[in-house]
Write a protein that binds this ligand. Structure first.
Ligand code: EPU
Length: 414
């Protein structure tokens, strides 16, 4: 429940990156030793992937709330828990990791947020190029290889998931793998840095071409996950949306450039420091045009939050989704709160209104949920948000962090 109208003020510390954690934890399957992973966010998706690995025989200990110790040496390939796998998108990283370690994987088609069709043809193309035979049987993907051999792979679509999955499978393949047209998101660099810290030979992460020289021996070690770029962006947008003044801490400002640039364009003041950013909002904000793109473009995972902000901007805005077929499910919830937004295909046309009004709304998906929370923080009156389970998949204690910034927000029930 959110009672809107209070400018957010103060400091907030960002957690470790969800989309890095859900790749790095299964990557530990490749490691013949103990991995200590720091700055792990305390979110539902991490709990699920930890549960999956434990079920399969990994020994996983929480050294503290944010530090995981993973020993996957005794993991067994034939015990995949398909029910658990269905709960999250990133369970498909188990295909790359298990294929890399055992040359065989048996994984359920993934779940996650509903953005229309979410094909994995590019993951499969990569596995096949490395020598695997991949088939689907009753919603289960079975990938098998006698051995994996490095090769050249060109991805037809820039895909975060395919890039990560092919890195996982190729890390221990024979010879060298070159992957072209890869995604460049910070969590891809983070995964490569983690694997390299364990002894892998991966070059070029963060550019369009990644080269992997296969190695058989990955040893344990300690690694700290990067801060969550999307959680940081969510607080930055919330600060601007409420006309507040918030220092967002524990971040890598370089990762935030596209979001910072848009916030400056709408009229907010953004000041960068070494590992934090201050956002000072002015009201009203100005309408802008945005197209979401793969990194370093404006992130699709920030689209609902910025649309919530633009719903009260002066003038009109046009937001085009450039990554997913369908990512405007949450717009109906903003409209219930008084927003004037019209969606045509992959574009939202927004005519700014003077204010939003509190209403009962739903978190339709993870980032859509963040968008309606921001709308609630701006709105007059009380907004009740249901289906928070989507939000909990990717944000750690979101209501507590907003409350510490002065928001009138509380969780009524689990
Ligand atoms: N695509 C294909 N074929 C493939 C793979 C992808 O056509 O084999 C298409 C998709 O349909 C989509 C585009 O390529 O249109 C990009 O998809 P991508 O594979 O990059 O997305 P993903 O790996 O499934 C990750 C994040 C998403 C984020 C996208 C884009 C994780 C676990 N998920 O998904 O995060 O939206 O990249 O940046 O890393 C979120 O955190 O809220 C979230 C949904």
């Amino acid at each position: 429940m959110v009672k809107g109208g209070k400018p957010l003020c103060g400091e907030v510390t960002v957690s470790g990156a969800k989309n890095a954690a859900v790749a790095i934890i299964p990557a530990a399957i490749l490691v013949d030793g103990v991995c200590t992973i720091e700055n792990v966010p305390n979110i539902k998706d991490v709990q699920v992937i930890v549960e999956i690995l434990r079920y399969m025989g990994a020994e996983i200990t929480y050294l503290d709330n944010y530090t995981l110790q993973i020993d996957s040496r005794n993991i067994r390939r034939d015990t995949e828990p398909h029910e658990l796998m269905r709960k999250m998108r990133a369970s498909y990283y188990l295909i790359g990791a298990l294929l890399g370690r055992f040359c065989k994987a048996n994984v359920t088609m993934p779940g996650g947020c509903d953005f229309g069709t979410r094909p994995i043809d590019q993951h499969i193309k990569g596995f096949e190029a490395l020598g695997a035979v991949v088939r689907q049987d009753s919603g289960i993907i079975i990938a098998e290889a006698e051995k994996l051999v490095g090769t050249n792979i060109y991805l037809d679509t820039v895909s975060v998931g395919a890039t990560i999955n092919v890195i996982l499978a190729a890390t221990m393949a024979e010879g060298t793998t070159t992957i072209e047209n890869v995604a460049k998101e910070p969590h891809i660099v983070d995964l490569a840095n983690f694997l390299n810290a364990m002894g892998a030979k991966i070059k070029g992460a963060g550019t369009d071409v990644i080269r992997i020289t296969g190695t058989k021996n990955l040893k344990g070690g300690t690694y700290s996950i990067i801060p969550d770029q999307i959680e940081a962006g969510t607080f930055m947008v919330a600060a601007a949306a409420t006309g507040g003044n918030v220092l967002v801490k524990n971040i890598i400002p370089k990762h935030m450039e596209s979001v910072s640039a848009k916030l400056i364009e709408v009229g907010a003041k953004v000041t960068e420091y070494d590992d934090s950013i201050r956002v000072e909002g002015t009201k009203p904000v100005r309408g802008v045009k945005i197209k979401t793109l793969p990194y370093p473009g404006f992130p699709t995972d920030m689209q609902p939050q910025i649309v919530a902000l633009l719903s009260v901007a002066e003038g009109s805005s046009i937001v085009t989704e450039g990554v997913w077929d369908s990512r405007f499910q949450y717009v109906g919830e903003l409209v219930r709160m008084g927003a004037n937004i019209h969606v045509e295909g992959k574009t939202a046309f927004i005519t700014g209104v003077e204010h939003l009004e509190g209403a009962p709304v739903r978190a339709t998906d993870l980032r859509g949920g963040a968008g309606v929370i921001i709308a609630g923080l701006m709105a007059e009156g009380v907004t009740e948000i249901t289906d928070l389970k989507h939000v909990d998949r990717g944000y750690e204690k979101i209501e507590e962090k907003f409350k510490a910034l002065g928001a009138d927000i509380c969780r009524v029930s689990e």
